[in-house]
Design a protein. Structure first.
Length: 388
């Protein structure tokens, strides 16, 4: 690395002349300063000071290290520090970070940034700016208290819930009145159009503005499509075990409705077209199906349930939950294997062929309960887990 000099404005002129001469291969360059194979000329501009450097380094980062020019993590350099060097000459600009106080409503944040524009400074500070937000950078009058010579002020746009011909969105605006808002968003009302506010009404945060067209109209909107869930029962896993092997994903569909509006109210809505634009992905789950209990009782439940065409696994889960397969279970009120109400038991037993049987009778409990279930009476059991 060869350091040419710290260049004054006069020397800038000379350096520019040197660059021109190099470009045209002039013979006026002293031999000691001529570029050798692999060498490049770097003109480095740093806070009003220019450095002329000849180096054979492979990256700008190495050039700056050779020149003993240190950088803060927030400083910026153009070209980038690790960009591949392919030209013979480079104009290098170093933008030094300086403190900037960001005023965002009631929040004040001090950052170090080398960026110049509000959007660049906000992005560097990881602050989201919407297109409708306004931000300005100017000199800070409170330099002593803030510790920053620059201040960036963010004027956030006001959110408005806009229902436009049946479609609802949250939009943001800097407008002060509804009329200004319509003009800003390029919304023009037709002869049959109406809205929920007057044009002179003030825009307030969170306000809802509805625009509709009286009479029959069509509205098209995107809606989610729920995915299916396929459950694979694993008899080696306890009930309650669940593992998602293939996560589901919602789809999308575009639905067109015919809507009739009267005085700003929707009186009817009819689907006239529905098109799936993004297919769902079915979710696959492995669930535990292992039920442990007295095998003799469980075998009876499976046999009777199969004979009546109902889900044996579902019946087993109810019995386990209600009594833990204990035929003499007594909660203090409900009795037996499936915990029947003693007040209803005699009539139920008689109805399903077990007249006079005790509610502690295993066969009677299984027979009565499965008959009620086969007739759709699953709701009698709060332990019902639903179809399996």
């Amino acid at each position: 690395m060869r350091l040419l000099q710290y260049i004054s404005p006069f020397h800038v002129f000379l350096a520019s002349l040197l660059i021109g001469l190099l470009a045209f291969g002039a013979l006026l360059i002293p031999k000691a300063q001529a570029l050798e194979d692999g060498e490049r000329l770097f003109m480095i501009h740093d806070r009003g000071v220019e450095h002329g450097i000849i180096s054979d380094a492979s990256s700008l980062r190495e050039v700056l290290e050779e020149a003993d020019i240190s950088l803060d993590d927030n400083d910026r350099v153009e070209p980038s520090l690790d960009e591949e060097l392919v030209a013979n000459q480079y104009q290098v600009n170093i933008y030094r970070a300086r403190p900037v106080v960001i005023v965002d409503g009631n929040v004040r944040q001090l950052v170090m940034s080398a960026y110049q524009t509000p959007k660049q400074i906000a992005a560097h500070a990881d602050i989201a700016l919407r297109d409708e937000d306004e931000a300005t950078v100017d000199l800070n009058n409170n330099f002593v208290s803030d510790g920053a010579s620059l201040r960036m002020t963010i004027d956030r746009a006001t959110p408005v819930t806009l229902q436009l011909y049946g479609k609802t969105d949250t939009v943001y605006t800097q407008a002060s009145t509804v009329g200004d808002f319509l003009a800003e968003k390029n919304i023009h009302l037709g002869d049959k159009d109406d809205m929920s506010h007057q044009s002179s009404d003030k825009i307030t945060e969170g306000m809802s503005l509805s625009i509709w067209r009286n009479g029959k109209q069509t509205v098209t909107q995107e809606e989610p499509v729920e995915f299916e869930i396929e459950q694979i029962k694993d008899a080696n896993r306890e009930v309650g075990y669940r593992e998602v092997t293939t996560p589901g994903k919602k789809g999308k569909k575009t639905v067109t409705y015919e809507i009739i509006m009267q005085d700003g109210k929707e009186v009817s809505r009819t689907v006239i077209q529905s098109v799936v634009t993004e297919q769902t992905v079915k979710q696959v789950e492995v669930v535990g199906a292992k039920v442990e209990g007295p095998e003799a009782i469980m075998a009876k439940i499976r046999t009777v349930a199969a004979a009546k065409g109902i889900d044996a696994q579902r019946v087993l889960l109810i019995a386990k939950c209600e009594s833990k397969f204990n035929p003499t279970a007594d909660s203090g009120y409900y009795k037996g294997l499936f915990q029947h109400d003693p007040g209803y038991w005699p009539a139920r037993a008689a109805k399903y062929g077990f007249a006079g049987a005790s509610y502690f009778d295993v066969d009677a409990q299984i027979g009565v309960s499965t008959s009620m279930m086969a007739a759709g009476g699953w709701s009698h059991w709060g332990c019902d887990p639903g179809p399996q």
